[in-house]
Ligand binder design. Structure first.
Ligand code: NDP
Length: 595
């Protein structure tokens, strides 16, 4: 492989700026729509019984959890551990899993190491079969958590929450659902996910297409054939010309198996993803035998803290993520005042150059290889990791349609238009992603009405306002599981686990101490929001030179975006802060109502 010694950093900065400029659009995040608004059928749940019905439930509970993904499951588990047993989980899908319920496309896997991504491994005494688990195994793990903590009987599946209204007299949230339920809940824990709402680009003509289409998170095996739990040929695609729009992390995983089945696959690319090796392998039984009690926490902490640039510098994970971080960090122990940002930038550029060299080494056609090379700073977009993706472009039945940052221009009755050419296809697969830190209200159109009937959308009209990312003033007994305003980790389940422990503590202690309502004081909330915006001030400089992506709100980094930032102290300080807060015991920063 060529070296990166002669990389011209000035020329590269100029190239990155040029590529960014090609992709900036005035409509930024408004270039997308929800799948259900444009073509209702694209939001269909292929795994649920469409004829399912049940009688409405009217009841009172200690807690209501909205969402049955990892966050909701962990919330339920931690409530049980603290002796709070009277709760419900309301979930739109027909089963647990959240992301892993909906995303069953061929190739779906985690690309955060499964030993740290799957929560409660040590507690449940299980070990994933591979370094990067398949989606079906992750969903099985979700159900394992649910069974261990007896959560299935709490679940209201195929149900969406519509309205949550705080009733001052009853000191309860009155929650109504799509199935006519009315649940009076003492606490509400909102676990609706960070990337859960599928979106489509507003491409002209999208509703006029007469062929078959679906979003990757609603993969239609009824059309493609094949088995979501046991990937193999998809006979329904054998005689089909297929278009896949988008080349983000999902598409990178879905393309290799789709290419094997389709008569022809057209890949419509707007921006290439950086693809580093993933290096999946079976779990080594000898390594498992060597593990000491506490290993799971130690390993998870190691990844979170290492990738946040904190810690001893020991890298227990040694994968694509940590390799990138090694290239863009100062050596451990470096005095922060001595860190040279120019050197950090150069390290990232050298690493990205190696990623581009990897494309040349794998993809035979020179023009295709050139088009697949990413030109932006690491972490402007989510990095990708795959061992078979680039090889796909050496197949005769795969065509890369690179739109050079412009994207697909139109959809017609017959197919997809890009670069002025119409590609007639039998099927369009939208791999166009999800809302990031979506306005929670989009999620099934649900709205929270707090004290005095104030809608949360009003309180948050300039972006979220929270204490520790989890509670907001004027909305008593309401808890959020979100990454915004928390101490984020690239490993979301780590953040979720820390937050659910905190939430379960507040719920259980409030019940024990006879508090009917707890909420952050306006001052505590203001102070925390200021901490977050301080971080945003530092991040803005980077985000403003980044190519558009959901990370930087498609190139418009506004105050709303800033309020979606993370705690400046990082995940270690954040986790410590929550632990200390609980130990201190006075519920500092919260105002409580007794009775
Ligand atoms: P992304 O938002 O990452 O990708 C959407 C893709 O659609 C991009 O390539 C985007 O191009 C493209 N696109 C949007 N509009 C157009 C258009 N008009 N014409 C052509 N292309 C268009 O969504 P993904 O579903 O791929 O991934 C979302 C996230 O889900 C990931 O970032 C990751 O966090 C998570 N994920 C995690 C996995 C895991 O293993 N843990 C696996 C898969 C996903 P452009 O880049 O130019 O915007």
């Amino acid at each position: 492989m060529a070296t990166t010694d002669d990389l011209d950093f000035d020329a590269m900065n100029a190239r990155y700026a040029e590529e960014r400029a090609k992709r900036l659009r005035d409509d930024a995040v408004d270039q997308f729509i929800e799948v259900k608004t444009e073509v209702a059928d694209l939001d269909r749940d292929h795994y649920a019984d469409p004829d399912f019905s049940r009688d409405p439930i009217v009841e009172e509970t200690d807690a209501l959890i909205v969402g049955g993904g990892f966050a909701g499951l962990l919330a339920g588990a931690r409530l049980r551990e603290r002796g709070v047993d009277n709760f419900r989980i309301v979930e739109k899908g027909a089963g647990f899993g959240g992301t892993w319920y909906w995303n069953r496309y061929p190739g779906v896997s985690c690309d955060i190491e499964s030993y740290i991504y799957l929560p409660m491994l040590e507690e449940l005494g299980v070990m994933p079969a591979e370094k990067y688990s398949k989606g079906t195994d992750i969903r099985a793990h979700c159900n394992r958590i649910a069974s261990t903590y007896d959560l299935h009987r709490t679940a209201l599946f195929q149900t969406t929450v519509e309205e949550l209204r705080w009733n001052e007299d009853r000191q309860r949230w009155i929650v109504t659902t799509s199935r006519g339920d009315e649940i009076a809940a003492r606490f509400v824990i909102s676990c609706t996910g960070v990337l859960s709402n599928p979106k489509l680009p507003k491409i002209p003509g999208i509703a006029s297409y007469k062929g078959h289409s679906f979003h990757t998170s609603r993969w239609d095996y009824g059309y493609t054939g094949g088995d979501p739990d046991n990937w193999g040929p998809m006979p329904g695609l054998k005689d089909k010309k297929v278009a896949i729009i988008g080349t983000g992390a999902t598409s990178v995983q879905a393309i290799p198996l789709t290419a094997e089945s389709a008569r022809h696959l057209y890949v419509f690319q707007r921006t290439p993803t950086s693809i580093d090796a993933r290096g999946n392998k079976p779990t080594d039984p000898e390594w498992v035998k060597s593990l000491k009690p506490g290993w799971a926490r130690e390993r998870r902490d190691n990844f979170t803290f290492f990738t946040a640039g904190i810690g001893t510098g020991e890298d227990m994970i040694n994968d694509g993520w940590t390799d990138i971080v090694k290239h863009i960090s100062a050596p451990p122990g470096t005095d922060p005042s001595q860190v040279d940002p120019i050197e950090i930038m150069k390290g990232g550029m050298r690493k990205m150059e190696r990623t581009r060299q990897r494309v040349d080494a794998i993809v035979k056609d020179k023009a295709t290889a050139e088009a697949l090379k990413p030109y932006y700073y690491y972490f402007c977009k989510r990095p990708g990791f795959h061992d078979e993706f680039l090889e796909v472009f050496n197949r005769d039945n795969v065509t890369l349609v690179d739109t050079k940052g412009r994207g697909v221009e139109a959809i017609t009755e017959k197919g997809v238009v890009a670069n002025g050419v119409e590609y007639e296809v039998d099927c369009i697969i939208y791999a166009t992603g999800f809302d990031w830190f979506n306005d929670y209200t989009h999620e099934n159109g649900m709205e929270f009405y707090g004290r005095g009937g104030q809608p949360l959308s009003k309180h948050w009209e300039d972006g979220p306002r929270t204490l520790y990312g989890m509670q907001t003033h004027g909305f008593p007994n309401l808890m959020f599981m979100r990454q915004a305003q928390s101490g984020s980790s690239y490993n979301y389940t780590h953040t979720a686990d820390e937050q659910t422990k905190h939430i379960a503590y507040i719920v259980a202690e409030s019940i024990k101490r006879g508090y009917s309502a707890v909420e952050p004081t306006a001052e505590a909330e203001e102070a925390w929001v200021n901490e977050i915006v301080t971080n945003a001030g530092m991040r803005k400089g980077f985000m403003d030179v980044c190519t558009p992506s959901y990370y930087n709100f498609e190139g418009k980094y506004t105050i709303k975006a800033a309020r979606n930032e993370f705690y400046v102290g990082g995940p270690k300080a954040y986790n410590g802060l929550l632990e200390d807060w609980q130990k201190e015991g006075s519920m500092k920063g919260l105002e409580v109502t007794k009775g």
